[in-house]
Design a protein around this ligand. Structure first.
Ligand code: SF4
Ligand code: SF4
Length: 451
């Protein structure tokens, strides 16, 4: 089992505080050549207060993002299906202690939610649910996945369902795998045991060991894309970052592949949480993670305000939610408590416009999962620096499809200009030619084209 030793992580951060600037320069050189960082090196960057280094960290993070992923952001939406929960996580609006009217969507209500999401143009969803084996058993989640995958619309369908539900046993994960989920997402919240115990006063999630070994069981069950995260601000964000890296290293050693994605939710300035992360530290944290694990997707939710999301996109975030609602039935405007407060209230369409105006390609791509490029097959491609050779073409194809099916005339004009510009960035002439022909097929009415 993974052994995250508190004294070891603290020692690592303490030693890193005394690393001379000349060594930090070497670490930055290594990061700039896309080699990633070990936890000691990441600790050195986390501990430095040197402004010139910080400037370089942001610069290199931007270069890595561009080199590995190209100018694209993959978009998705969360879909809350049940807020029943028997856990007492201090930071969550769904905790058992809260006296809220709880709801589990019927399959009819799921269809209503998915219809709204599909109208926004989404092709990728993340199912979210609290933990309650009686009111929200795994059978129910599997039924929801089945319902979603079986919905067909005039303009397509949801093509990838990621799942963010409580830790399961191996048999449970086998059933999720059989339901053809995309990524299984589970946040450790905090890797710091005493803090974990404090913020999880009751419920099955209180069991740190069972929670932290969830990805082991998921991978034993054959799920090879797992998405990790910590709720930065519950404890020292530097500690969490190093622990995340050690967890990733452990999975790589044991299963040959680490995290597919890392999410970076955070608690902002808040008297209850002395470790709440300010904007500057948060941006530095994301940039350092980008340097440390260049091939891991990084996700930001609508918990962050538009301006911070704008900056995060430049320094390493590769996926974001758009048009999100954080309550059960939120898209259908059903009454319900939110799991947390959102800070980006823009409609999905406004976010797609905004990205294009920033010169960034909004992508609705789900190709890898459907081409069998998951787990180590995905990582191999990413580590060779080849993933952008599929991300960019697929981003262009999905944007064209979106523009044709959902865009108004201004959107179509902007999208066509962006597509022509980015087409030229495809290095291989053969791929460029293939994409042009698929773009023409889309205009003729074909859909769901990818490479
Ligand atoms: Fe329940 Fe998840 Fe909220 Fe904890 S974070 S109270 S497990 S819904
Ligand atoms: Fe994601 Fe693969 Fe599509 Fe790139 S090609 S956006 S990695 S699914």
């Amino acid at each position: 089992m993974i052994d995250l030793n508190e004294a070891y992580i603290n020692g690592l951060l303490k030693t890193a505080a005394h690393i001379p600037d000349s060594d930090i320069e070497d670490i930055l050189e290594k990061a700039a050549s896309f080699k990633g960082l070990n936890p000691q090196e990441a600790a050195a960057l986390l501990m430095t207060e040197n402004e010139t280094c910080t400037h370089r960290i942001f610069q290199i993070a931007g270069q890595i993002k561009k080199h590995i992923y190209g100018d694209r952001i993959v978009l998705f939406a969360p879909l809350y299906v049940s807020d029943y929960c028997i856990n007492r996580c201090a930071y969550c609006g769904f905790k058992q202690d809260n006296d809220i009217a709880r709801r589990r969507l019927t399959q009819e209500e799921i269809r209503a939610e998915v219809t709204i999401l599909e109208k926004m143009g989404h092709k990728r969803l993340a199912i979210e649910a609290g933990e309650d084996p009686v009111n929200c058993p795994l059978d129910y989640i599997l039924e929801c996945i089945d319902t979603i995958y079986n919905m067909k619309f005039e303009n397509g369908e949801i093509r990838r369902v990621n799942v963010n539900i409580a830790a399961l046993d191996v048999a449970g994960y086998r059933r999720l795998k059989a339901a053809q989920i995309g990524t299984y997402i589970l946040f450790q919240e905090t890797y710091h045991r005493p803090t974990y115990a404090k913020v999880h006063p009751g419920g099955p999630k209180r069991d740190y060991d069972y929670h932290i070994t969830a990805f082991d069981r998921a991978m034993e069950a054959g799920i090879d894309d797992v998405g990790a995260g910590a709720l930065f601000g519950l404890y020292d964000y530097k500690y969490e970052a190093i622990a995340l890296m050690l967890h990733n290293e452990y999975l790589e050693k044991r299963f040959g592949v680490g995290f597919h994605t890392i999410s970076v939710p955070r608690i902002r300035a808040n008297k209850t949480y002395p470790h709440a992360v300010n904007d500057r530290d948060f941006l530095r944290l994301v940039a350092i993670l980008r340097l440390a694990v260049p091939f891991t997707g990084m996700i930001v939710s609508a918990r962050e305000a538009p301006e911070i999301r704008r900056q995060l996109v430049q320094i390493g975030i590769s996926q974001m939610s758009a048009g999100s609602r954080a309550s059960v039935g939120g898209y259908s405007k059903l009454e319900g408590a939110a799991q947390f407060n959102l800070a980006d209230h823009r409609d999905a369409g406004d976010i797609f416009y905004w990205l294009m105006e920033e010169g960034i390609l909004p992508s609705f791509c789900t190709a890898c999962y459907r081409q069998g490029r998951s787990g180590d097959r995905f990582m191999e491609l990413a580590k060779q620096g080849d993933i952008k050779n599929v991300c960019l073409p697929n981003g262009l194809l999905t944007l064209k499809e979106y523009a044709l099916d959902y865009g108004d005339s201004r959107f179509k004009t902007l999208a066509d200009a962006l597509i022509s510009e980015k087409l030229a960035d495809i290095e291989s002439q053969k791929t460029q030619h293939l994409v042009k022909s698929k773009l023409a097929d889309l205009v003729k009415g074909k859909r769901d084209l990818f490479i």
